[in-house]
Design a protein around this ligand. Structure first.
Ligand SMILES: Cc1cc2nc3c(=O)[nH]c(=O)nc-3n(C[C@H](O)[C@H](O)[C@H](O)COP(=O)(O)OP(=O)(O)OC[C@H]3O[C@@H](n4cnc5c(N)ncnc54)[C@H](O)[C@@H]3O)c2cc1C
Length: 372
């Protein structure tokens, strides 16, 4: 016999976890499926835009107890080391995904979300509901949220368009101890990529970079790449050579895609990176994942109260998602083109040096307002 529930959420990253908390807070039964066991590390810069704080507070889910770092200043450096600083008008906080996802997972359990640690293998829509198949069980649900991140086997099963295109980006992350200003988030350019550096909790510093896979191939290995390419930016050489690494190997991922995706497919509402990923240099993919969870939960609430039809649920969610995020994602893709290239990154630095208002305007254009 299949287990039945109101809402099923596949994927327990920040999007899925927050969606589960919100749907549950609205009074519905909710099953969250996450294939990995918490806590675990993820490749991520771990800088979260402050825009999301009011929403997390409204869910009583802001991780105050973990003592995230407060990030208020931004440094941009070009491949040759030329550097400029800006005060961030909204700013952000730094927290490891290891701690933050685990914190939200524990809240989910406390608040009555059923969490299954299995891989969702298939999802069908029939008789006005969903059937999700994992290795060991079937779950029936009235609504389904797809929160399975950048790329998942389920995208292949669902035959989503974007999955057919390869993506050339690789992500690498370290946690280190080093002497580094606790209020600063830096974006250091190097040929073929860029590297973020900022504090998370506990005086730990996150170093995370995105690089074209051809640069890794050319260098031969990650450590060769760092020494022959990243170190050409003197800021990166200084940070890497003074860093005391907290785990043996870096966390890495590949096939990071910024392709446009559908917001609804086979009646599933997609949130977070499953709906579209903003380039990491904008530093607000996590805030967007949580914000999209809010948009989905609002429409699901109306649907489960029989105030809107399924068709309206899907249309209204799509419209709200597009209104909130489509232009930001587009701008993120355009800005991404400026980075990783020697000439373009030098020009970007000149803009920041000469006109801080323009630089601030560009930065604001990829962020949203506070989410309540
Ligand atoms: C290099 C890099 C640096 C970044 N830096 C930042 C940053 O500093 N700030 C920022 O805001 N954003 C950053 N981002 C973006 C940010 O990490 C993402 O936008 C965010 O994690 C999206 O959350 P999500 O919940 O959509 O997906 P994810 O956090 O990826 O979670 C998806 C989950 O789904 C699970 N899953 C997948 N398939 C299945 C399945 N079939 N069954 C069950 N579970 C499944 C996965 O195990 C995973 O836990 C960065 C991204 C990269 C690549």
């Amino acid at each position: 016999m299949a287990q039945t529930t109101d809402a099923i959420i596949i994927g327990g990253g920040l999007g899925g976890l927050v969606a589960a908390l919100d749907v549950r807070a609205k009074g519905y039964a909710c099953v969250l499926i996450e294939k990995k066991k918490y806590p675990f590390h993820r490749v991520c810069g771990e800088y979260i835009s402050n825009e999301i704080i009011p929403y997390l507070q409204s869910l009583q889910a802001f991780p105050e107890a973990i003592k995230p770092s407060k990030l208020t200043r931004f440094q941009l450096t070009a491949t040759n080391g030329k550097s400029s600083y800006l005060d961030l008008d909204m700013g952000g906080f730094g927290i490891s995904r290891y701690q933050f996802d685990f914190f939200l997972y524990q809240l989910c359990l406390e608040r009555g979300v059923t969490v299954l640690h299995e891989e969702a293998e298939n999802i069908h829509f029939e008789n006005d509901g969903f059937i999700v198949q994992t290795e060991n069980q079937k779950i029936r649900a009235k609504v389904a949220i797809g929160a399975f991140g950048k790329r998942s086997k389920l995208d292949v099963t669902l035959n989503r368009d974007f999955i057919k295109k390869r993506s050339p980006y690789v992500g690498v992350k370290y946690h280190v101890k080093t002497d580094y200003p606790s209020d600063l988030i830096a974006l250091h350019n190097f040929e073929g990529g860029y590297c973020g550096v900022s504090h998370v909790e506990n005086n730990v510093v996150n170093i995370c970079y995105l690089v074209h896979r051809d640069a890794v191939r050319k260098a031969g290995s990650i450590s060769q790449l760092e020494q022959t390419v990243l170190y050409k930016n003197p800021w990166l050489e200084k940070i890497f050579s003074s860093a005391q690494h907290l785990y043996e190997k870096p966390e890495t991922i590949n096939e990071i895609t910024f392709e446009t995706k559908e917001t609804v497919h086979n009646h599933i509402l997609f949130i977070g990176d499953s709906a579209g990923m903003i380039t990491p240099l904008c530093g607000n993919g996590m805030a967007m994942a949580m914000h999209s969870a809010k948009l989905a939960a609002e429409q699901i609430h109306l649907f489960l109260q029989n105030k809107i039809s399924r068709n309206e649920l899907e249309m209204q969610y799509t419209q709200n998602w597009k209104k909130t995020f489509a232009a930001r994602l587009w701008r993120g893709r355009q800005i991404q083109k400026l980075f990783g290239s020697v000439t373009a990154s030098n020009i970007a630095i000149q803009v920041v040096v000469r006109s801080k208002p323009i630089a601030n305007m560009i930065m604001r254009s990829t962020h949203g307002d506070y989410v309540y």
